[in-house]
Design a protein around this ligand. Structure first.
Ligand code: SAH
Length: 255
């Protein structure tokens, strides 16, 4: 009799344990899906192809690695929620803290001007949303990127990690000084405009390296420059006029 009484209790305990295990598994799965689905990388793929064809290839960008990166990197995952539907428009967009993500064409032409190959290293000054860094990473580049506004740099680092861009290394700090312990760099891309070319960046550019940088006053015309280090000397070429946010120091004062 006693044995028969025990059996239903054992079954009851077993059932409770099974429910507990299933509930834990369920909650764990929900969390995984929620984190993974934070940005649906499959969305907007039609708009992205059109952007790459019309705005990028259509305007003369020919480097296949740049075109491929522009077709694959989910730009909508790098902008605030309310800007997602504008992500593939032909212009810059606000990303908070008074900063902007550059127009797709500017990202593409700066990437093309760098003329870097897979496995080479690029320093980026001005991480912003992390989009430019992701485009370079998609081209097989090792990217070292610095952002002076901590919340922006931290958010970009999270986005890049979630999307799996493992060759991007992020840092919060003043990019005017570059990243000395990782120098020299095969390429340097500056996405905030100083009034003069920062000397530390010239020093951290490798021989035969290229730097793409907007230079000019905060209010007024800036020029996109391509610098090349040949036999230790800098050759400069003007590309065209641009408008970038200013490069600032930790007190917010323009360089
Ligand atoms: N490349 C970015 C866009 C950058 S906007 C993207 O793809 O989204 C320019 C960024 O440069 C801003 O986020 C600004 O905060 C940052 N910045 C300005 N001065 C800086 C400095 N001295 N060092 C590092 N980042 C700087």
């Amino acid at each position: 009799m006693k044995r028969n009484e025990r059996r239903p209790r054992q079954i009851f305990i077993l059932k409770k344990a099974a429910i507990l295990v299933m509930a834990t598994l369920g909650i764990a799965m929900l969390f995984t899906v929620a984190a993974w689905a934070e940005c649906d990388t499959g969305e907007y793929s039609n708009q992205r192809q059109k952007m790459a064809d019309r705005q990028i290839a259509g305007r003369g960008i020919r480097n296949p690695a740049v075109l491929a990166a522009m077709k694959t990197v989910p730009r909508h995952c790098f902008v605030p929620e309310r800007q997602k539907r504008n992500a593939y428009r032909d212009g810059p967009l606000p990303i908070g803290h008074g900063q902007t993500i550059s127009q797709p064409y500017i990202v593409a032409i700066m990437s093309e001007l760098l003329d870097v190959k897979p496995g080479q290293s690029v320093l980026e000054v001005g991480t912003g949303s992390g989009y430019q860094a992701a485009v370079l990473a998609a081209m097989g580049i090792d990217v070292f990127t610095i952002e002076i506004v901590a919340p922006l740099g931290e958010r970009a680092a999270r986005t890049l990690k979630e999307l799996g861009y493992e060759t991007v290394h992020t840092r919060i700090g003043d990019g005017y000084k570059g990243w000395p312990d990782q120098a020299p760099f095969d390429g340097i891309i500056v996405t905030a405009a100083p009034s003069r070319i920062p000397h530390p960046l010239i020093e951290q550019l490798a021989e035969n390296g290229r730097m793409v940088i907007p230079v000019g006053p905060v209010r007024g015309v800036q020029q996109l420059l391509l610098l090349r280090k040949i036999n230790g000397k800098i050759k400069r070429e003007r590309i065209f006029d641009v408008r970038f946010v200013p490069m600032v120091d930790k007190k917010g004062k323009g360089y």
